[in-house]
Design a protein around this ligand. Structure first.
Ligand code: MG
Length: 244
């Protein structure tokens, strides 16, 4: 390399390093806007300040039967309990993507086994089920136990508490997005914590929740959150949602 070329190269490198030093300041990577809204976190059983309370222990005004009419499940002592045979219930409000908190309890008196013991479920858009089941010393198919995305995803671990104990699901559900044509632009995703333990990590939902056959998508807009009457006297409390 000729001396003049070498000199030019050294000058260029020098200019670049000077420019870099001038360009980069800590402030250049600081974002001050937007400022996240203030939310007061819940304490104990209370919901965060921006949550919509779906069940506060007093009434079922936010719910109705999936078959139509007022929900007939039993509210007593701050607890909601399935009245077996009265059918699934769903929120009167409709939602897109949400964070849902729900506490549930399987009967303390153990009856039945497999899918027949302490079965319910949370369905987003009345369609995509996160299974609720008594999975404490109760064998069933793994993609049907508590915390499974029913018949789609086995939970990462079994974080179940025993019969009669309160358990918690914290669920982040991202709604699917559909084109005008009905094609899936973006499938649904779900993340589930069971009693504070991660059991579903942003898994891609494959479609609805058939008992027989394979899941598929049918286009929809916002939808209700449904709780399942599977014939067991399951209880619930402290249900709240934050739309995302
Ligand atoms: Mg179920």
């Amino acid at each position: 390399m000729k001396a003049t070329k070498l000199f030019a190269l050294i000058c260029l490198l020098g200019m670049v390093s000077v420019a870099r030093a001038q360009e980069w300041h800590p402030e250049l990577t600081e974002l001050w806007d937007p400022v996240p809204p203030l939310v007061t976190p819940g304490m104990g059983l209370s919901a965060p300040s921006d949550a919509l309370i779906l069940f506060d222990g007093t009434d079922l005004s936010g719910w109705e039967k999936v078959r139509g009419g007022n929900a007939e499940w039993v509210v007593a002592d701050g607890v909601l309990t399935v009245a077996p045979g009265t059918g699934d219930i769903k929120t009167r409000n409709v939602f897109g993507s949400v964070q849902l908190h729900i506490e549930w309890r399987t009967p303390s008196k153990v009856e039945g086994d497999g899918q027949g013991r302490g079965n319910s479920g949370v369905f987003f858009h009345e369609t995509y089920e996160v299974q609720i089941l008594d999975s404490f010393n109760n064998v069933t198919y793994s993609n049907g136990q508590a915390g499974s995305i029913y018949k789609q995803y086995i939970p990462l671990v079994n974080a179940s508490k025993g019969p009669g104990e309160w358990q918690i699901y914290d669920i982040i559900f991202e709604s699917p997005v559909f084109a005008e044509s009905g094609a899936v632009i973006k499938p649904a995703f779900v993340t589930v914590l069971h009693n504070g333990v991660l059991i579903q990590n942003h898994v891609e939902i494959k479609g609805h929740t058939p008992y027989i056959g394979l899941p598929k998508y049918t286009p929809h807009g916002k939808g209700s959150i449904k709780l399942q009457d599977h014939g067991n006297p399951m209880s619930f409390r402290n249900i709240w949602v934050r739309e995302l």
